[in-house]
Write a protein that binds this ligand. Structure first.
Ligand SMILES: Nc1ncnc2c1ncn2[C@@H]1O[C@H](COP(=O)(O)OP(=O)(O)OP(=O)(O)O)[C@@H](O)[C@H]1O
Length: 444
């Protein structure tokens, strides 16, 4: 059950930290910037909205346009009322508000992750519809500390990065987190001083969720992880940029399916090489995440071995000769799919298939018959044949022009953290795609 928490006479610091963060964000926005604030009605997002409005006002930035959206996940009886509460709050302040309803299928397992994906998709689509330049969400220092703890538990090796200050959603909408270094306490202080009531969600105390258990264990100790997260973010950006340079100087791609890497360059830059290999494996294997630490260590060990060798990891085949490491999708696990008329589906996590015809189209892995693929001509002939077998092929009856087949970069398809933008753009170029849009909402 949800309870509305009203302003009371608690100890008040004035929430300066929250207001300062909002000032910093608002003052950097480009002229005429349109910000879509994602507001659930909880203290963090309501605080972000209030602080941004106040900052824009005090900065005399009448050019900044603020809109609000609330996602109704339809998972609890009260969710529609909560959205309505936010709508009323916005109406009293003449802020445009929209409730976005999640109507998709609700899975029995992994519900929170699927709900999050759906929420971000709805927000990204809405931002595009209303022409917003950026979506602002209210992740806090507390959220950051919890995220770091959870990620460290899964991967104890530094640098474990927390949430990025900005992330590209679904390849087209930038989301910003202006409150990432502000504590929840400071946000609530601000709301109390402004006499703004927020909705308290008891599921935030539900110990079934890992995040709630981590929150309890942290007991409010958030300052150090906050600084740690900022450091780790910088380290990730530097590594990602070094990996991007390595990609440009030492990797050649063939037909958006095969990477050929200079072994000397790997040996000379082991950290950047590890980062690059992880991203490349995800892209070539069609997976959201690259291989884990052990598999990556195996790949690097193979690259350093004094003789030719081959192995598979992350759905990729790795094969090396004296000077070069080749990577391509392994043949195992390639499936056939049907694409209904007028729909789009992803095949093998690597290719977007758009069926513009009036009939169902079947997509299979290519066979060996037909013309050789020109893009693989420079590869050793055995690898050229193998690469060909991993390509998508539209079944009989599909007319050229009626089926669009284009490459996607699976690790960045839904979420691209700002610190990986340089690498993602270099990968896009190497795989024949356009660059990702830059975060254009700041400006002088
Ligand atoms: N129902 C909602 N409607 C609109 N915005 C929401 C909603 N739920 C969350 N948000 C936005 O997302 C921010 C983070 O929320 P929350 O911490 O609940 O997300 P999460 O489920 O942990 O997912 P993630 O941290 O990956 O975004 C909120 O501060 C708010 O800005």
């Amino acid at each position: 059950m949800l309870t509305a928490v009203s302003a009371s006479s608690q100890t008040i610091s004035g929430g300066e930290a929250a207001l300062n963060a909002a000032f910093d964000f608002a003052s950097r926005l480009k002229p005429g910037c349109h910000v879509l604030v994602a507001v659930s009605g909880g203290s963090d997002s309501l605080g972000l909205l209030a602080a941004l409005c106040e900052a824009a006002d005090r900065l005399s930035r009448a050019d900044i346009r603020i809109s609000v959206a609330t996602v109704d996940h339809g998972l609890r009886a009260q969710s529609a009322d909560e959205a309505e509460t936010v709508a009323r709050f916005c109406a009293t302040r003449a802020i445009g508000h929209e409730t976005l309803s999640w109507r998709g299928e609700k899975p029995a397992t992994g519900l929170m992750a699927v709900a999050r994906d759906a929420r971000y998709r709805l927000l990204a689509d809405h931002a595009a519809r209303i022409g917003a330049d950026v979506i602002a969400v209210a992740h806090t220092l507390d959220d950051q500390a919890e995220t770091l703890e959870m990620r460290k538990a899964r991967n104890p090796d530094p640098p474990v990065s927390g949430m990025a200050a900005e992330t590209l959603l679904m390849g087209h909408a930038w989301v910003a987190r202006p409150f990432l270094s502000v504590s929840r306490e400071a946000i609530r202080d601000l709301l109390v001083t402004r006499d703004i009531a927020w909705i308290d969600d008891p599921s935030n105390d539900n110990l079934c969720y890992e995040r709630v258990r981590v929150r309890q264990a942290l007991g409010g100790a958030v300052a150090t992880p906050g600084a740690e997260a900022v450091m780790a973010g910088h380290m990730r950006r530097r590594l990602s940029e070094a990996a991007a340079e390595l990609l440009v100087s030492s990797v050649r791609t063939h037909g958006a399916a095969v990477a050929e890497i200079d072994l000397e360059a790997i040996a000379a830059n082991p950290d950047a090489a590890r980062y690059l290999l992880k991203a490349l494996t995800a892209v070539i294997g069609g997976e959201t995440h690259g291989p884990g630490k052990t598999a990556l260590a195996d790949i690097l060990a193979m690259a350093e071995a004094p003789h030719g060798a081959r192995m598979t990891a992350g759905r990729c085949l790795f094969e090396r000769n004296r000077t070069r490491l080749f990577m391509l999708r392994e043949r195992r696990g390639l499936e056939s799919i049907e694409v209904l008329p007028g729909t789009t589906r992803i095949w093998d996590g690597r290719w977007r298939i758009e069926n513009r015809s009036g009939a169902t189209v079947e997509i299979d892995p290519a066979g060996l018959d037909g013309e050789p693929v020109e893009a693989f001509a420079a590869l050793p002939s055995r690898l050229s044949k193998l690469a060909r077998l991993t390509m998508p092929c539209a079944g009989q009856g599909a007319l050229p022009g009626e089926v669009g087949i284009s490459r996607i970069l699976s690790p960045y398809q839904r979420y691209l953290p700002g610190f990986d933008l340089a690498l993602a753009n270099r990968l896009a170029e190497a795989f024949g795609l356009s660059r990702f849009p830059a975060p254009g909402y700041f400006g002088g």
